[in-house]
Design a protein around this ligand. Structure first.
Ligand code: SF4
Ligand code: SF4
Ligand code: SF4
Length: 362
């Protein structure tokens, strides 16, 4: 589709010099914010990011499988157990979703599950982090005690940073309460095994049936996580938080060993939901949850319902509404919009008409 904007002369009847024309010393700035979904996710998953990768893949020339792969690696950066989460997490992200009060929150959980199971079916491996730094040092050995969600997450984050990780647990198999506390009809063991094996394939050595006291005293670096004792009710809602705990603990240990900066950047300011212009978006029914994993096309369709709160949805509103031709549209999809501030009169139209609250006047 080719959009043509009627160009008015700057300074004409509706431009500079018009008596009704609002001007100010403020200027527009693109300010990315934390969307409500990510803010509500205990694991800190980049929900908006993976939904955008999936929904916009076609426009960027990607096949459906390539878009799913890209979305998978965005999820996996923070969560190595997305198929498990997709089945067990009570999806706080959806309750917090801006779309909830409009036509139903985006079914993030179903989309995540579809992506995660596609990743299992395609045997996509977890990836090490390549930070481009090779200091020639031997990788340090780290023992992670407890092979539940937190321990698996910590082992993954350490292994992908080059540590030699030994994961120990008093139980024979890895998985903690995911394996020993949750019925197989809620979490099929094939799904759990696939995600556990994928972590071990990064080079993590698992020692089951272990006497923990041996490891606690013998190893120089030990990271303890919760051990499943059995008998207590299993809080499946805690899986996302446990995954976050493991990642955070691993990050702190890595920072301590390498004397590096804090592992995760501070969160962005949250989006004010009342600033999202819901009427800008057509109502689209939320995908039906049937209990089965969605096929990829359904996941893509649902991802397209995401409003990209606090980020650019490439709607062109800023460009269309600017009376001074001070907004430059990108030539390629996915590139940022820019401002020609020397033309800008500070009228705020672009910020007022940005449906996702991405533009601030400062
Ligand atoms: S619409 Fe998208 S970005 Fe906004 S809260 Fe919902 S899932 Fe997150
Ligand atoms: S709409 Fe145009 S003139 Fe008005 S603040 Fe935005 S960029 Fe500046
Ligand atoms: S108005 Fe639309 S195109 Fe412009 S910054 Fe906001 S979301 Fe992006």
């Amino acid at each position: 589709m080719v959009l043509v904007k009627k160009v008015r002369k700057r300074g004409g009847a509706s431009g500079l010099g018009s008596p009704s024309r609002a001007t100010s010393s403020l200027r527009p700035v693109l300010v990315e914010k934390d969307p409500p979904c990510a803010h509500a996710c205990p694991c800190g998953t980049d929900v908006r990011g993976f939904l955008k990768a999936l929904s916009g893949g076609g426009r960027r020339g990607l096949s459906e499988a390539q878009a799913i792969e890209e979305a998978f690696y965005i999820i996996a950066d923070r969560n190595p157990l997305p198929a498990v989460c997709g089945r067990l997490c009570p999806h706080h992200c959806e309750t917090g979703c801006t779309r909830e009060a409009y036509d139903g929150g985006v079914s993030v959980n179903q989309v995540e599950r579809a992506i995660a199971e596609a990743a299992i079916n395609a045997s996509w491996p977890l990836r090490p982090i390549d930070d481009g730094v090779d200091d020639g040092a031997e990788p340090e050995a780290v023992t992670v005690i407890g092979a539940g969600a937190a321990g698996l997450s910590a082992a993954y984050q350490l292994a992908r940073r080059g540590y030699e990780v030994t994961l120990v647990d008093p139980r024979d198999e890895a998985g903690g309460e995911l394996r020993y506390g949750i019925e197989a009809d809620r979490l099929p063991r094939a799904v759990l095994d696939a995600e556990v094996d994928r972590i071990l394939a990064l080079g993590v050595t698992f020692v089951g049936g272990a006497d923990l006291t041996e490891f606690e005293s013998a190893e120089p670096r030990v990271l303890k996580t919760k051990i499943y004792e059995g008998g207590a009710p299993v809080a499946t809602g805690a899986i996302a938080a446990a995954t976050h705990f493991g990642r955070h603990a691993a990050g702190l240990l890595d920072a301590e060993i390498r004397r590096a900066a804090a592992p995760e950047p501070p969160r962005l300011q949250p989006v004010a939901k009342e600033r999202i212009i819901l009427d800008h978006f057509a109502r689209v029914e939320r995908g039906a949850t049937t209990g089965a994993t969605w096929p990829p096309a359904e996941a893509v369709h649902e991802a397209q319902r995401c409003l990209q709160c606090g980020s650019c949805v490439e709607c062109d509103n800023c460009w269309k509404y600017c009376p001074d031709q001070a907004v430059i549209r990108p030539l390629e999809p996915g590139q940022p919009y820019r401002f020609k501030l020397e033309f800008c009169q500070g009228c705020s139209k672009c910020a007022e008409q940005c449906p996702t609250s991405y533009i601030e006047m400062r």
